[in-house]
Ligand binder design. Structure first.
Ligand code: WTA
Length: 677
């Protein structure tokens, strides 16, 4: 793919929306209220990062001050060197110490609506302090020490942030696994992290059905038994009341261990560079990468981005809602860690957007008087399809700032969001960032940045993004290229668990500063910058597909397919999809004895394969289109011609092809090479 760095860009969007005055919106004030202020602050943040970030960090609590703000020896970075702090302290104890213990930290709504009424819970900072202290003590009694990794595989219940914060309290790192992943994902991640304790739920509610989380954990544990990664303790939250298997000695109930533990547990002073969490993300090779985030820099970065991008102001009646699952980085940074230190309550919703009706989100916004709302383009496209009558039936006038994240938003969806949800009133922050970046890097600020539908606009403070070619030379305006970051920022990843070579080769070896030879951070995204300096993300340039805003490595899906007895070889590419943005297209060559002979057997085999992938990875990876082919198109050197398959997939809207004769796509490759030759 090396010569795809110069990407053709066709999207032309000329509309621009100026920011509103805070008074207009009923917002107390804008933290950054003019472009002049933005430019001045941005200049300072890149010219004097140490001064800039030291000031921000001083808003938070440190047990011991840092001796140096920044140590940059690419690819290694340290922020707040020698400083000691604690994330849980800054999220929880600091608010209690400030006299705010009785205020709501987390508001929660369950999915079921028994008798038409939602189930609600509120956790104050004081309750969070007690709960996290008790669970922290319970974890210690199970032998969890500073530096150990605790695996968390839960639904969206308040005990999930409690579990994360309890780990942070005692300096254990957490590894949260999205509850939609299968047991195989647990096996791989627990094994990689050498994690001996898992915190889970009996089940999770999803569209009225129970997802059997504990059962998946049991399956994973059975596979790990007798290996060095054997799981010693499983702590289960009772949520759905579904029946679960129980192994005495390993299994305990969350409520029991919390009740039995002491409620006193001072926060462990952590080095700024001690690991806070691991979060596994897909790469272009098969194995997911354990992205390492540390304590001090991540805390300061998520605190400031949350504050400025959503214009959080305590004591002004704000209620912030991010619809992401905490199993993804968005939930880590913008449901939990960025929000609590800002002392604005964060709303968590347990379930699906279309349960019991397609207006559930708007109903939630109306009932809770949500002020900031952060969601994904894939969700917005689904809302569009369900229709404007749903938001129209609800009072959304409490909303002040809208956000999106996860993938490029098409201008049509942006305009719908602006009108149907924002009432043409609310600024939209289209925030570009990644699991690896920890926090938002390219984003509008709601009080000052004129927005353009489809553009994530301008760099956040401290960020120095650029569009370059493979030689590291900056591209002229509107010319597509590789998106890189030329300077370190506090929230950036510190490594890939157990794989330094992969850390360097993925992020710090493709593009270098043409003058100094210093590596740039390579994002894996292609983008362009327009004449106003606005960034337009064009998508991934590697073998990663972004399905519904979630990254999947094509290799992962291919490996899952090939592990089926009937599959000889598989190639997976992204294809345009109305709702998901990108869907998964799989081209599969079969073992002769598995070749289908009629439409029914073709459909059955496709269905088998789709289920097989779902079982191994999770429903998110289920292919949207499977085509059987006698051979895959390959270059003379044997590389699968993905670009060709991408265009074949894009031209194929007929998802349930009933062709029973196998195609020979390698013919296409021959045509192509003939043309090229
Ligand atoms: C894509 C999610 C365009 C991008 C926080 C990136 C976006 C990948 C945007 C990271 C956006 C995220 N506009 N594309 N506003 N936000 N992306 O690690 O391709 O799940 O590299 O982090 O999502 O996905 P990840």
């Amino acid at each position: 793919m090396s010569n795809e760095s110069s990407i053709e860009s066709t999207l032309q969007e000329l509309r621009s929306f100026p920011p509103r005055s805070s008074a207009d919106l009923g917002m107390a004030a804008w933290h950054v209220g003019s472009m002049e202020q933005y430019r001045q602050m941005h200049r300072r943040s890149v010219e004097d990062p140490e001064g800039f970030w030291a000031e921000v960090a001083s808003d938070l609590h440190w047990f011991q001050p840092w001796s140096r703000v920044l140590e940059w020896r690419p690819p290694d970075v340290e922020w707040f060197v020698g400083g000691r702090t604690n994330m849980c302290y800054n999220c929880v104890d600091r608010q209690v110490a400030g006299g705010h213990g009785g205020e709501t930290a987390i508001a929660w709504e369950g999915e079921p609506m028994p008798g038409g009424k939602p189930e609600l819970r509120r956790l104050t900072y004081a309750e969070l302090k007690e709960q996290t202290s008790r669970l922290a003590n319970a974890l210690r009694s199970m032998g969890v020490k500073k530096g150990d990794v605790v695996t968390i595989y839960m639904g969206m219940v308040p005990e999930l942030p409690v579990a994360m914060l309890a780990c942070a309290r005692i300096g254990a790192a957490h590894s949260v696994i999205f509850g939609g992943f299968s047991s195989q994902a647990i096996v791989d991640r627990v094994h990689d992290a050498q994690s001996q304790v898992i915190i889970t739920c009996d089940g999770a509610w999803r569209r009225g059905k129970v997802v059997p989380l504990k059962e998946n954990v049991d399956t994973a544990c059975a596979e790990l038994d007798g290996t060095p990664a054997e799981v010693r303790h499983v702590v289960t939250v009772k949520r759905c009341g579904n029946e679960v298997a129980w192994r005495p000695g390993r299994d305990v109930w969350f409520a029991d261990v919390v009740a039995a533990a002491s409620d006193s547990c001072p926060c462990e002073p952590m080095d700024a560079e001690d690991m806070l969490f691991l979060l596994y993300t897909s790469g272009s090779t098969g194995k997911p990468k354990g992205i390492i985030h540390t304590t001090g820099g991540y805390m300061v970065y998520t605190y400031l981005t949350s504050k400025l991008v959503f214009n959080l102001i305590p004591d002004t009646g704000q209620l912030y809602w991010c619809t992401a699952d905490i199993g993804w980085i968005t939930g880590h940074s913008y449901i939990v860690y960025g929000l609590l230190p800002n002392r604005v309550p964060t709303l968590m919703y347990e379930g699906a957007p279309n349960f019991p009706g397609e207006d559930r989100f708007w109903d939630i916004i109306e009932r809770h008087r949500v002020t900031q709302f952060y969601t994904a383009p894939t969700a917005i496209r689904a809302f569009m399809k369900w229709g404007s009558q749903h938001p129209e039936a609800h009072d959304l006038s409490s909303l002040k700032v809208l956000g999106t994240v996860g993938e490029p938003i098409n201008p049509e969806a942006w305009m719908w969001y602006h009108k149907a949800i924002g009432g043409e009133r609310c600024p939209i922050v289209d925030t570009w960032w990644q699991t690896e970046t920890g926090g938002q890097l390219i984003t509008p600020l709601p009080g000052c940045t004129p927005t353009k539908p489809g553009s994530c606009t301008l760099p956040f403070f401290g960020a120095d993004p650029a569009i370059v070619n493979d030689q590291g030379e900056e591209q002229e305006p509107n010319k597509g290229g590789l998106l890189v970051l030329r300077k370190p920022w506090p929230g950036m990843l510190r490594g890939v668990r157990g794989d330094r070579a992969r850390f360097i080769s993925t992020y710090f070896s493709r593009v270098h500063d043409p003058k100094t030879g210093e590596p740039y951070y390579f994002t894996g995204d292609g983008a362009r910058r327009d004449a106003d300096g606005y960034f337009w993300i064009m998508g991934r340039v590697d073998d990663v597909i972004n399905v519904s805003g979630h990254r999947l490595g094509t290799m992962e899906v291919e490996s899952a397919l090939v592990s089926h007895a009937g599959v000889v070889e598989a190639a997976v590419v992204g294809m345009p999809h109305d709702i998901k943005g990108t869907g998964i297209a799989a081209f599969v060559t079969l073992e002769p004895s598995f070749k289908p002979y009629d439409k029914a057997s073709t459909d059955k085999l496709k269905d088998d394969l789709a289920r097989h992938v779902s079982r191994l990875i999770g429903a998110i990876a289920r292919p949207d289109m499977i085509r059987f082919t006698d051979a895959l198109p390959k270059t003379r050197s044997g590389k699968i011609m993905r670009r060709l398959l991408r265009s074949v997939a894009a031209g194929d809207s007929n998802i349930s092809q009933d062709t029973t004769t196998l195609e020979d796509l390698s013919v296409l490759a021959k045509l192509q090479t003939d043309e090229e030759g």
